[in-house]
Design a protein around this ligand. Structure first.
Ligand code: ADP
Length: 263
C-alpha cells in the first residue's frame, strides 16, 4: 500500500510538472502564433516567405493542440464531481455530432427511459465521449455507422477484459461502436499508453485514450474494448450507478473504487 501511495504521489508531481511546463509553453506559443500571423499579413502575396511562415503557423498550431491535450491529461484544472445523467450527456452530444461528423457517417443514438445517473465531473465525461467519438469517426474515413448508447448493467463477479476489472455492482454503461478499421490485438493492448498513436504525424497525439482512462478510473469506472480488424470497434465504459438521492457532496475520492482506494 505504501508503494502504491508513493507511486501515486510521484505521478501526481509529474503531472503537476508537466502541467506547469505545458502552461508556459502555451503562452510562448501564443506569442509565436500572433507574431507569425502579423508578419504573414505584411508579406506580399507572391513571396515565398509566405509559404515558410504558413509552415511555422501550422506547426505552432499543432504544438498548441498538443500542449492543450497535455494540460487536460495532467488535469491541472480541478474537477467537480456532481450527479449527472448520461442520457443527457449523450443526447446533447447527439445534437453536436449530428451536425459535425460529416454526411458519410450515420449517427445512431440510443438512450433509455430510466435515469442513468453517475457521480462525475460533467466536462470530463463530455471529454470521454468526445474522444471516443472522434476516434470512431477517424476509423471510418470511407463512412459507416457510429452508435452511441447508454444502458444499465449489473456486474456479478470480476469480469475479464476490462481495464481495470470492475467490482460487482450496478453500473451505467456508455458504449461507442463503429464499423471502421478495427484494431489488431497488439494495438488494443497499447491504446491507453500516453503518446501511443497509429495516426499520421499531424493528426494524432496519442493522448486521447490515456485521458479517457484517467477520467474513467478516477470516477471508479472501467473500460472494455471489443475490436475486429475490418469490422469495427466497441468501447464500453462502465461507471458506478448513483442514486439521485446520493449525497451530491460525496466526492469520487470517497467512494471505493476498483483499485481499492477507500482502505
Ligand atoms: P490518437 O487519437 O491521437 O491517436 P488515442 O489515444 O485517442 O490517440 O488513440 C490511440 C490509438 O488507438 C489510435 O491512434 C488508433 O490506432 C487506436 N484507436 C482508438 N480508437 C479506435 C477506433 N475506434 N478504431 C480503430 N482504432 C482506434
Amino acid at each position: 500500500a505504501l508503494e502504491r501511495t508513493q507511486t501515486a504521489q510521484r505521478l501526481e508531481s509529474l503531472g503537476q510538472l508537466a502541467g506547469g511546463i505545458a502552461h508556459d509553453f502555451n503562452n510562448l506559443l501564443a506569442i509565436i502564433l500572433n507574431y507569425s500571423q502579423f508578419a504573414a499579413e505584411q508579406i506580399p502575396t507572391d513571396s515565398e516567405a509566405r509559404d515558410d511562415l504558413a509552415r511555422v503557423l501550422r506547426a505552432a498550431e499543432r504544438a498548441r493542440r498538443l500542449t492543450h491535450q497535455l494540460l487536460v491529461f495532467a488535469r491541472s484544472e480541478r474537477t467537480e464531481p456532481a450527479i449527472i445523467d448520461l442520457n443527457d450527456v449523450v443526447a446533447e452530444a447527439n445534437d453536436l455530432f449530428s451536425r459535425t461528423l460529416g454526411g458519410h457517417i450515420q449517427l445512431v443514438t440510443r438512450t433509455g427511459e430510466q435515469p442513468t445517473t453517475i457521480i462525475a465531473d460533467r466536462s470530463s465525461i463530455d471529454q470521454v465521449l468526445f474522444n471516443l467519438v472522434i476516434n470512431a469517426r477517424d476509423a471510418m474515413p470511407d463512412g459507416g455507422v457510429l452508435v452511441m448508447e447508454v444502458d444499465h448493467v449489473e456486474i456479478s463477479s470480476d469480469e475479464v477484459g476490462y481495464a481495470p476489472p470492475p467490482l460487482s455492482g450496478r453500473y451505467i454503461r456508455l458504449t461507442v461502436n463503429d464499423t471502421g478499421t478495427g484494431m489488431a490485438p497488439e494495438v488494443v493492448n497499447r491504446v491507453f499508453e500516453p503518446f501511443f498513436t497509429t495516426k499520421a504525424k499531424h493528426e494524432g497525439t496519442g493522448l486521447g485514450l490515456a485521458t479517457v482512462y484517467g477520467i474513467v478510473t478516477d470516477a471508479g469506472g472501467s473500460i472494455r474494448i471489443a475490436s475486429e480488424l475490418h469490422v469495427g470497434t466497441t468501447f464500453s465504459v462502465l461507471f458506478p450507478a448513483a442514486e439521485v438521492s446520493d449525497q451530491p457532496t460525496a466526492t469520487v475520492a470517497d467512494r471505493p473504487t476498483a483499485h481499492g482506494n477507500g482502505e
